[in-house]
Design a binder for this molecule. Structure first.
Ligand code: HEC
Length: 196
């Protein structure tokens, strides 16, 4: 009997306190009490603001020499055919072959950066080649099919012969994705040859 009454009283007190809290809310869009406000609103400098903490008086500091961006370890390769072969043996494509989204992105990258020379199907008949640029060998030929993904990554990163480096235009991730797309073009071509 006692316990029942106590429970009821506590439930009532709870409802009343919630009600009071609701009624006394000064601004419905803000929490009533901010607990440890210094943590939520810590003092900070805007990127381009003067800053007395640093010796050069700037907030935005240059990265220390030798700093490496997370996820971008340096590639220790030279722009040589030998190092292209080494890259082929050492690097693996991090994009899986059944990643449809990556393939769609790779197709877009190919259309933008590769079709002018290599042509939409990779046969080396792009508009630039039709207008006199030395035409590249077909990407569907045995040689290109036999290149390892890492070697193609090296070609895209450092260039090869008449083809320039695409390192500054195409991110590393997109380079791996476009390689997957080249592989899909090759696979379709190989299936067509097999049917003939
Ligand atoms: C400005 C024209 C041009 C563009 C754009 C271009 N390439 Fe090339 N590519 C070439 C030429 C020319 C070669 C042949 C280079 C050589 O070995 O002399 C070549 C070679 C290659 C090779 C090696 C083929 C082999 O058999 O050795 C691959 C792989 C390749 N390109 C992929 C690509 C991809 C992928 C893109 C787009 C990201 C691209 N290229 C953009 C002109 C171009």
């Amino acid at each position: 009997m006692m316990a029942g009454r106590l429970n009821a009283a506590m439930a009532a007190a709870f409802v009343v306190s919630i009600g009071l809290l609701w009624v006394s809310r000064p601004d419905a869009s803000r929490p009533n009490v901010e607990f440890l406000p210094e943590m939520a609103h810590s003092p900070r400098y805007a990127a381009f603001e003067a800053n007395p903490v640093f010796r050069d008086g700037k907030t935005l500091q240059r990265a220390p020499a030798g700093a490496i961006a997370r996820g971008y370890p340096p590639l220790h390769y030279a722009a040589t055919p030998e190092d292209a072969v080494r890259a082929g043996n050492e690097l693996e494509n991090p994009v899986s072959s059944d990643d449809q989204q990556a393939l769609t992105r790779g197709e877009k990258v190919f259309e933008t950066f590769c079709t002018p020379c290599h042509g939409a199907g990779g046969r080396g008949d792009g508009l630039v080649a039709q207008r006199g640029f030395p035409p590249p060998a077909s990407l569907l030929a045995d040689r290109a099919v036999g290149l390892k993904d890492g070697q193609i990554f090296h070609i895209l990163t450092y260039g090869q012969g008449n083809m320039a480096s695409y390192a500054s235009q195409i991110s590393r991730e997109d380079r791996w994705r476009v390689i997957r797309y080249v592989r899909s073009l090759q696979a379709v071509a190989q299936r067509q040859t097999a049917r003939r």
